[in-house]
Design a protein around this ligand. Structure first.
Ligand SMILES: Cc1ncc(COP(=O)(O)O)c(C=O)c1O
Length: 350
């Protein structure tokens, strides 16, 4: 058994679903891109004025803004916006506020409605990053929403920019459509490795690494490929949500027996991205899980950009681990994950 890491793709299981993501987003204006960062770069934010970014954010997001314009605001230990800190940083120089929800949990309604009012009064554009809360959100706050949907779905490329129907999106006609489906070759090989034991582990890992490097070194905005669009039309969203919730629920009940709880609480209708834990000696624990073929992401490794303003980003980079609970897995996979964690001899609790 192997859990986590990149999605695989089983071409024999593709079937068009009417409950797909296009249906899920039908009440919004949407544009689909190769990545979340292309969706973000396509937003007409003011390039010459300051942007308020949460200190805890992925490097690929901060790289979309001119570095001299970035002002970080604090995020609390339980991943809420530190409103007092944010308020102190609102000045006439600020034109854009970037907000983010973490691990499926949505920021409090009170904070969000305060921010909406404040932004309207001060003429600030809110960009709301729903990458980690994409299937939790039923109420949007931002002027523009972006999400990297490739984090949720077995697709080689995918990011979306969306707004309320009343708000127009910037023109797309000059934006090229990606024809690079290289990552899907890696996903297909991974499937052959997992299902048919084809000896191609090194090859697909190399493909994934090269694709990610290519994305990291390009700032070209591209529309999503036709193949990725087709794959999206085959994924049943209610099934995906139900599987994730059920896996998360099982682990919540099991891990609390040894005193472990997810780092932020999900509301009843939220959908988890992963099962995020804060643990002592995270690297040893992560290596132990790897020895048992459980591959966990870290959200996010610290990029060393302005460390003096980002204490929680640094702490999270050292202590958080994201256990896989996605739609690929069922009860027996979660039982395996639980058993391996229960057998760990090291100290996890702070
Ligand atoms: C919260 C968040 N937003 C946006 C992005 C950018 O998405 P992409 O990697 O598809 O460009 C990421 C990437 O990890 C992310 O974690």
């Amino acid at each position: 058994m192997e859990l986590g890491s990149e999605y695989d793709l089983d071409l024999n299981k593709l079937n068009i679903s009417s409950n797909n993501l296009f249906h899920y987003l039908e009440s919004y204006n949407c544009q689909f891109f190769d990545s979340g960062r292309s969706a973000l770069r396509h937003i007409p934010f003011n390039q010459n004025k300051a942007v308020l970014l949460p200190e805890f954010i992925c490097e690929s997001v901060s790289n979309c803004f001119p570095s001299q314009n970035i002002i970080f605001y604090n995020i609390t230990e339980d991943l809420q916006i530190d409103l007092d800190d944010l308020k102190r940083k609102i000045t006439p120089q600020v034109a854009t506020l970037y907000i983010c929800h973490y691990f499926g949990a949505v920021q409090s309604a009170q904070i969000l409605s305060y921010l909406r009012r404040m932004a309207d009064e001060c003429g600030i554009m809110i960009i709301e990053d729903t990458t980690q809360s994409f299937f939790s959100i039923n109420h949007i706050t931002g002027d523009y929403m972006i999400a990297s949907i490739r984090k949720w779905l077995p697709i080689p490329l995918g990011g979306v920019l969306y707004t309320k129907k009343a708000q127009d999106l910037p023109a797309l006609d000059h934006i090229k459509t990606s024809s690079d489906n290289t990552r899907s070759y890696g996903m297909i090989l991974k499937n052959l490795f997992l299902k048919n034991e084809l000896d191609c582990n090194a090859k697909y890992r190399q493909i994934f690494t090269e694709c990610e490097e290519k994305l990291d070194t390009s700032d070209e905005i591209l529309q999503i490929s036709d193949f990725s669009r087709f794959l999206i039309s085959c994924i049943d969203i209610p099934e995906l949500i139900a599987a994730r919730r059920s896996n998360y629920h099982f682990l919540t009940l099991e891990l609390q027996k040894i005193g472990l709880q997810p780092v932020c609480a999900l509301a009843e209708n939220d959908c988890p991205l992963v099962f995020p834990l804060r643990v002592k000696n995270r690297d040893s624990f992560r290596s132990y899980l790897m020895e048992h073929k459980i591959y966990c992401a870290v959200h996010w490794p610290f990029d060393h950009f302005r460390p003096e303003f980002r204490p929680m980003a640094q702490k999270n980079a050292e202590t958080l681990i994201s256990l896989p609970i996605d739609q690929r897995y069922q009860k027996n996979d979660m039982t395996y994950l639980r058993d391996i964690i229960f057998q760990y001899g090291g100290e996890l609790l702070f």
